[in-house]
Design a binder for this molecule. Structure first.
Ligand code: TMP
Ligand code: ASP
Length: 236
């Protein structure tokens, strides 16, 4: 399958058309941004790692009955995927207090939550992706009630599968962000699942093995991404 015209370029990926109108090619870049693009940089071979980790995790989810846009990995930086119309809602699932939740609630990072939290964010860079709730999703026609309920249910299932898989590999799945899209009336999990979009801590030391190393200038960014790739994919 060959790349045709560029459909969209985001901060971390480029989406290309293919000869098949139902399929796209995702090209994973090394570009890294944080704080809605305010901080910019590159992480060496991030695109290669994020493509590989996403492919492994989308396959794992498929094995567990959760379909996604993923079809196959084409090359080091390219993934073949079903063409979807992305919902303008980012879904964040949280198992522990960290990041913006710690800030919003005035708590330290780390503790496990007594229940999983699902949050929605309106995907709009100009507005800085504000947090919204289910009513906003419905009132602003971002998705139907059936769609957002299915999205929430799928997000919780994804959490169960990924949390267990990570734990077996000595990684705590602290939180993560998912995106979904419409594929001819069907809701599909889309985008990527990788150290850019998840908080992943070493189970013993609680060392951060994800994009927070870049966001917070902790150093050892490439090493952390490689370590996650090794643990998730079994080799590099
Ligand atoms: P937050 O604590 O900053 O709200 O982030 C929650 C999770 O979502 C975390 O795993 C990182 C991920 N995330 C993204 O993938 N993209 C984003 O733009 C943001 C802000 C967070
Ligand atoms: N995706 C966000 C940005 O574009 C950053 C983040 O992941 O924190 O800057």
């Amino acid at each position: 399958m060959e790349r045709r015209e560029k459909l969209y370029e985001g901060k971390a990926k480029i989406i290309y058309a293919t000869d098949d109108p139902g399929k796209t090619i995702l090209y994973f870049k090394d570009d890294a941004t944080a704080f809605n693009g305010a901080k910019k940089g590159t992480i060496l071979d991030k695109g290669v790692i994020n493509n590989k980790v996403s492919a492994r995790l989308f396959k794992l989810l498929a094995e567990n009955g959760i379909e996604s846009h993923f079809i196959e990995q084409l090359s080091e930086r390219e993934m073949l995927a079903r063409r979807v119309e992305i919902f303008p809602v980012e879904v964040v699932v949280r198992n522990r207090i960290a990041g913006s939740l710690a800030k919003r609630m005035g708590r330290e990072e780390g503790p496990e939550l007594p229940m999983t939290i699902v949050e929605y964010y309106y995907k709009d860079d100009d507005l800085n992706d504000p947090m919204i709730n289910r009513d906003h999703v419905l009132a602003f026609n971002l998705a139907t009630a059936e769609q957002i309920d299915e999205v929430r249910e799928t997000a919780l299932k994804v959490n169960e599968v990924l949390k267990n898989y990570m734990f077996e590999r000595d990684v705590l799945l602290v939180d993560f962000k998912l995106e979904f899209g419409d594929c001819g009336g069907r809701i599909l999990l889309a985008d990527e699942i990788c150290p850019d979009t998840c908080r992943l801590w070493d189970r013993q030391t609680l060392e951060k093995l994800d994009k927070d190393r870049f966001r917070r200038e902790l150093g050892g960014v490439e090493e952390a991404y490689l370590e996650i790739c090794r643990r998730v994919c079994g080799e590099i």
